[in-house]
Design a protein around this ligand. Structure first.
Ligand SMILES: Nc1ncnc2c1ncn2[C@@H]1O[C@H](COP(=O)(O)OP(=O)(O)OP(=O)(O)O)[C@@H](O)[C@H]1O
Ligand SMILES: Cc1ncsc1CCO
Ligand SMILES: [Mg+2]
Length: 277
């Protein structure tokens, strides 16, 4: 795909979301649940967060895409998450997996292992999470032992390239690795997306909310374009917000404003590079 074609599809995804207010339901962590919903609303989507299996199934069927984030697991998730992943897989509906803190605890490991066969359409995470998920799934380039520090990365984005490609080849969807420069792949092409702000590491949930926003774009665009579009919007809004603030508190507020204000044209033109795998 040539750069102009990707830019055209980014533009269309942003416009379509602004015009149609698509709903993407979420099962996400309790730390950043509010920020995820606010970011989804800022780009033009509609948010709904649930915990219970039947409610998750309802949202999965009612929406065109779903966001699943395993950041803070509750006992009920042992029922909710495999159930909803199966429903999404069977219905052929796109879903985004954020494999937060992969490596911690028995339930998280079991759930993330189960997701392998349900093939998340977009896998999003920081570099250590992508490396550890590929390792857990026995794919090339993964790390056998998770190097994640709680929810934070200890690896560089480029170190996760082979793992990201292997995950994308397995799912047939897209994988997005976040960091100073973001990497997005569909298994054959790699997009490097530039921008953002160091303040994004000083607020919690920049990554979680990015996953929620990717789910909003996945209601209308292919997994690869949805992942690129969300990332470009974040890199643009982050860079613009940084110019207006001196600290993380006001950054979060300005970031949401910039996400809301970013036009389809601005997001499509945010700097990125395309490489073959
Ligand atoms: N040093 C940085 N400079 C510019 N942008 C950054 C930097 N670090 C992260 N970002 C941006 O922040 C967003 C979230 O990425 P990050 O890697 O921090 O996610 P995460 O670790 O999963 O976050 P969280 O778990 O807190 O939600 C991405 O859009 C990324 O481009
Ligand atoms: C801080 C934190 N702890 C569990 S989930 C989460 C949000 C960022 O991933
Ligand atoms: Mg994260």
């Amino acid at each position: 795909m040539i750069k102009e074609e990707i830019q055209k599809q980014i533009f269309q995804a942003v416009e379509m979301v602004k015009q149609t207010n698509p709903m993407a339901g979420s099962i996400t962590n309790t730390v950043t649940i509010n920020f995820v919903a606010n970011a989804q609303l800022a780009v033009g989507g509609s948010a709904a967060m649930v915990y219970l299996p039947d409610e998750a199934e309802f949202l999965a069927k009612a929406g065109k895409a779903t966001y699943i984030n395993v950041g803070t697991l509750l006992p009920i998730y042992e029922q909710t998450l495999p159930h909803i992943a199966k429903v999404l897989h069977q219905e052929g509906k796109p879903w985004v997996l954020d494999s937060v803190a992969v490596g911690i605890g028995y339930l998280r490991t079991k759930l993330l292992q189960q997701f392998k066969d349900y093939k998340p359409t977009i896998i999003r995470g920081n570099a250590s999470e992508i490396l550890a998920l590929a390792g857990l799934w026995g794919l090339d380039g993964g790390t056998e032992v998770s190097n994640v520090r709680g929810v934070d990365s200890r690896d560089t984005v480029t170190a996760a390239k082979a793992a990201a490609v292997a995950l994308a080849k397995w799912t047939g969807g897209a994988v997005a690795v976040s960091g100073e420069t973001d990497l997005i792949t569909d298994g054959s092409l790699i997009v490097y997306s530039y921008g953002g702000s160091h303040f994004m590491q000083k607020i919690t949930g920049a990554g979680c909310s990015l996953g929620g926003v990717m789910a909003v774009y996945a209601t209308t665009a292919s997994p690869f374009i949805a992942a690129i579009t969300g990332t470009a919007a974040y890199n643009l809004a982050g860079a613009r917000a940084e110019k207006k603030v001196n600290g993380p508190g006001s950054f979060q507020v300005h970031f949401l404003d910039q996400l809301y204000e970013a036009s389809a044209d601005d997001i499509a033109k945010n700097p990125f590079e395309i490489k073959e795998v």
